[in-house]
Write a protein that binds this ligand. Structure first.
Ligand SMILES: Nc1ncnc2c1ncn2[C@@H]1O[C@H](COP(=O)(O)OP(=O)(O)OP(=O)(O)O)[C@@H](O)[C@H]1O
Length: 162
């Protein structure tokens, strides 16, 4: 099953599309991502959140905001990757973006959601039985709606989906 999945991804890399061309440059040619210059407005909005982070974490959040492609954040266990991700998600929401948080484990996703401020409108996708008790309140299975339009409007208000 895992092999099939990997081969499918490999197959996508061979396609003659702009998206596959971009992926080949990043994955095979190891082309480095490029970065935008962050505006003073964005830096001002970020100040209080960045103040809680150490130097490496601040740098990672700013690079993640500025990247035109991707950013890979690596670190030993317990070095503050989740904390960095939480600040980044919070900042992106402040900047008016909606954010998708995904991982290969439910617990990694929930670790981020549990540290986000409660005023952020969050949608937790997936089976409620796999979700941390603190996060169940955000489950899609708790959404109450009486029409497709109401559901659409509720979903559109979610700033973070995970
Ligand atoms: N800048 C910081 N100031 C104070 N405490 C911090 C800071 N960054 C992280 N921590 C604390 O350090 C601990 C480990 O951080 P975190 O969970 O973000 O690490 P991690 O790299 O995601 O760990 P793991 O790889 O095990 O998931 C947490 O208790 C977190 O609150």
């Amino acid at each position: 099953m895992q092999l099939e999945f990997n081969l499918t991804n490999l197959g996508h890399l061979l396609e003659m599309t702009p998206q596959s061309d971009f992926l080949r440059k990043m994955i095979i040619s190891l082309e480095l991502p490029t970065y935008n210059k962050l505006s003073s407005e964005v830096l001002a909005i970020s100040q209080d959140l960045l103040g809680k982070l150490n130097k490496c974490q601040k740098h990672a959040v700013l690079q993640a905001l500025a990247t035109q492609h991707y950013l890979l954040i690596k670190g030993m266990p317990g070095t503050g990757k989740t904390e960095t991700s939480v600040s980044l998600v919070e900042l992106l929401v402040r900047l008016g973006q909606s954010v998708l948080v995904t991982s290969h484990t439910h617990s990694a996703v929930d670790n981020i959601l549990r540290r986000l401020p409660s005023n952020i409108d969050i949608l937790r996708l997936g089976s409620i039985s796999k979700v941390h008790p603190d996060v169940k309140q955000y489950s899609e299975q708790n959404l109450v709606y009486s029409s497709p339009e109401e559901l659409e409007s509720k979903l559109n208000r979610k700033r973070v989906s995970a």
